[in-house]
Design a protein around this ligand. Structure first.
Ligand SMILES: O=C(O)CCC(=O)C(=O)O
Ligand SMILES: [Fe+2]
Length: 380
């Protein structure tokens, strides 16, 4: 059965909105329909019950104590989770629940505006911040709407050919008027958590907590408001297709609906149980390279459903765009030689972002910088 036939069979005579307004996501658009091997295998609310089939939950409370042994254990648990899973959850993280709830309220008011209103702050090829409803993850269209803004308001990014750079800045909607304040309060608090996690990840590699700080003085981190509306074809489409994040690491809060799934080493997709108390942390491309593959950036995807819309708010904690990423010298040895060519982070980010707009074929990946690749991407 072809992709379009699958869609017709599933939707049957489902009536689309008949009030004349255009939906932000149209379920009859065949670009949402994934090839059978890429479709979700488990529903958004299916989880494994046993503890060792869940990504680890790590309590950060001991970090506020003077108990050195307890702090050492937290660092060790984070290192083990980053190595084994590339994903973990943290509780007692210090980001107030009121900030998250207030942002959810404002985000709902924004995403339920008419499409024409949201499109007033559409992102473009050269200004990649703002509203978007047609993202391609690895060339597949996602069943989601997003609003992106920068934690630090503005950053420099290279032009398409990497010959010069220019600033990109956040764009804020006129409605709802409270979105900006709620979003900035959330971002400031989540940024503090991100800096704590950065120190802990460094320490778990045996480096000083401050080792990576210099790369984050002008960090290029966006917060993304992901809105996944109810979807009439949840077994044919995904909210986000399988991908790895290009950040150093990502910190994310989700509501109680569920849908994030992580691909375990044996290939099994594991649902991340939503928790109001937890942030999900996952390793991105940058820490995979810095750690010379000790930490792994793991594939994940988002499953949508027919009954409830879902929110998630990731902060992609990105180093500054002027950073050259390569394995940390102190971690290398004769038996652990560098596995990567240096990578110009600003250019890498730019290329990945461009891939959301144009079908370039294969997206640029960390593997393109691997030393042992048959035909490596041209190193910087
Ligand atoms: O919605 C989620 O839980 C994950 C979203 C995600 O992976 C992303 O935006 O990169
Ligand atoms: Fe992601």
């Amino acid at each position: 059965m072809g992709l379009e036939d699958a869609l017709v069979e599933k939707l049957g005579k489902t009536k689309l909105k008949d009030d004349g307004s255009k939906p932000a996501l149209d379920p009859t658009d065949p670009t949402f329909v994934l090839e059978p091997e890429l479709r979700p295998k488990a529903k958004h609310n299916e989880f494994f019950e046993s503890q060792n089939e869940q990504i680890p939950v790590i309590d950060l409370a001991p970090l506020s104590s003077n108990d050195e042994e307890a702090v050492r254990k937290v660092i060790e648990a984070i290192g083990n989770a980053a190595e084994k899973w590339g994903f973990f959850q943290v509780v007692n993280h210090g980001v107030p629940l009121e900030f998250i709830e207030s942002l959810e309220k404002e985000a709902l008011a924004f995403f339920t505006l008419p499409l024409e209103e949201k499109k007033k702050i559409s992102r473009t090829f050269d200004q990649p911040l703002g509203y978007y409803n047609a993202e391609l993850t690895k060339n597949h269209r996602d069943w989601k709407e997003v609003f992106d803004f920068l934690v630090r308001g503005s950053v420099e990014i290279p032009n398409e050919n990497n010959t010069t750079s220019f600033p990109i800045t956040s764009q804020w909607p006129q409605y709802p008027p409270g979105l900006r304040e709620a979003a900035e309060a959330y971002a400031r608090s989540a940024e503090q958590l991100a800096f704590r996690i950065l120190g802990l990840l460094s320490q778990s590699l045996g480096l000083p907590a401050e080792h990576f700080l210099k790369y984050f003085e002008n960090h290029a981190s966006p917060v993304r408001l992901n809105y996944y509306p109810v979807c009439p074809i949840p077994d044919l489409a995904l909210g986000v297709s399988r991908h790895k994040d290009t950040s150093a690491f990502t910190i994310l809060v989700q509501d109680e609906v569920g849908g994030l799934q992580v691909r375990r080493r044996d290939g099994q997709w594991i649902g991340v149980k939503p928790s109001r108390e937890a942030f999900v942390i996952n390793i991105g491309t940058v820490f995979q390279m810095w750690s010379n593959d000790r930490f792994k950036s793991i594939e994940h995807q988002v499953v949508v459903n027919e009954n409830r819309a879902r929110f998630s708010f990731p902060m992609f904690f990105n180093p500054s765009t002027s950073t050259i990423i390569e394995p940390v010298k102190e971690l290398l040895s004769e038996s652990n030689p560098s596995r990567y060519y240096p990578m110009d982070y600003g250019f890498f980010m730019r290329k990945r972002n461009d891939g959301n707009f144009k079908q370039y074929g294969e997206d640029i990946q960390v593997e393109h910088f691997a030393v042992n690749r048959a035909s490596p991407y041209k190193p910087v």
